[in-house]
Design a protein around this ligand. Structure first.
Ligand code: NAP
Ligand code: GLV
Length: 309
């Protein structure tokens, strides 16, 4: 079996060692410009169009992450009828649960305000928030959204969720579709974004939608920067309607040094680390899926290109 590999911005050995371990009989080669020798599978993260254009010999293209927005931008360069398969959790879910739980608890237990008080050497206990009012709303109830919910469940916050298709999740008030968005946002104190970036979800959260959140709401974005109109978020934070935001993703990454988010103390910034791809676990998952495909079986994580995720 021949496999071509390309991952932008990562040291190739880290992935290749894991793939050689889990696919010991495969011939795996790093793809380079001009390589059009036959291949059965491609393993990619942000590949150039030239790698995949016209490659009808591929049985599947495996994306080395959960989000598929970057690869779908290749458009016509993607060979028709070759399935795109994304990483399905493989150790990302627990990281998302850790990140979001940390941010939620930081706001609920007012650690953000105690940090400010400490800087002013101020000893002043603040009143506790009412947990029944501290509702958490997740935009996105897929693989990672569900894992975040499992992590939060323990704490007893009211939980809300929004997805494209209707859902029934124990202990979560579920809303769906464009018609459900308004009621979902009005019920939400902490908005967590864990959606794919598609034409339907780009710029979804603008000033109009932010205004529907409860006053003093918080934003946690672990999905993609393109979901939020950044200037609208900044002005809503400055007005106080949004009390704080924890952002892991941005329209332009790395975030430019001149970006005003750096100067706003109520905005917390992390460099797209909320869920890193765990190489060993992902390589193992991909190897198992290749084996299943070779046996003619169906695998999970196949991208529906008409939906964009
Ligand atoms: P997933 O399993 O495909 O789940 C996506 C969820 O979003 C589903 O519940 C889906 O609804 C919902 N959705 C999609 N389009 C929608 C729309 N137009 N309206 C309402 N709901 C919509 O994806 P996942 O594995 O949970 O990953 C989610 C995203 O997280 C990825 O696409 C990626 O961008 C991001 N991510 C970020 C990091 C990071 O480090 N920051 C790491 C990994 C992933 P249905 O259930 O009805 O289909
Ligand atoms: C990371 O952002 C991913 O989509 O896996």
């Amino acid at each position: 079996m021949n496999i071509i590999y390309y991952a932008a911005g990562v040291q190739p050995e880290i992935w290749l060692d894991a793939f050689h371990h889990y696919l010991p009989d495969a011939q795996i080669r790093r793809w380079q410009e001009g390589d059009d020798a036959p291949a059965d599978y491609a393993l990619v993260w942000k590949p150039p169009a030239a790698m995949l254009r016209g490659r009808r010999d591929l049985k599947a293209i495996f994306i080395l992450g959960a989000g598929v927005d970057a690869i779908l931008q290749l458009g016509d360069a993607l060979p028709a009828n070759v399935p795109l398969i994304r990483v399905d959790d493989a150790g990302m879910g627990v990281q998302m649960a850790e990140y979001v739980s940390h941010a939620v608890l930081r706001y609920f237990r007012r650690f953000d305000e105690y940090e400010v008080q400490q800087n002013a050497q101020l000893w002043r206990p603040l009143p506790a928030y009412d947990k029944a009012e501290f509702s958490i709303g997740l935009l996105g109830l897929g693989v990672l959204g569900n894992r975040i919910i499992d992590g939060l469940r323990e704490f007893g916050f009211p939980l809300f969720g929004w997805s494209r298709s209707p859902k029934n999740i124990d202990g979560v008030s579920c809303y769906s579709g464009a018609d459900g968005l308004d009621a979902f946002l009005r019920a939400t104190q902490v908005l967590v974004l864990i959606l794919p970036l598609t034409t339907d979800t780009e710029n979804l959260i603008d000033a109009t939608q932010l205004a529907k959140l409860k006053s003093g709401a918080y934003i946690i974005n672990v999905a993609r920067g393109g979901h939020i109109v950044e200037a609208d978020l900044l002005s809503m934070v400055q007005s106080g309607h949004i009390a704080g935001a924890t952002l892991d993703v941005f329209r332009e990454e790395p975030l430019a040094l001149t970006h005003p988010f750096w100067q706003e103390k109520r905005i917390r910034i992390t460099p797209h680390i909320s869920a890193l791809t765990v190489r060993k676990e992902s390589a193992k998952q991909i190897a198992e899926k290749i084996a299943a495909l070779e046996r003619g079986e169906v695998v999970v994580g196949v991208v529906d290109q008409s939906k964009g995720y």
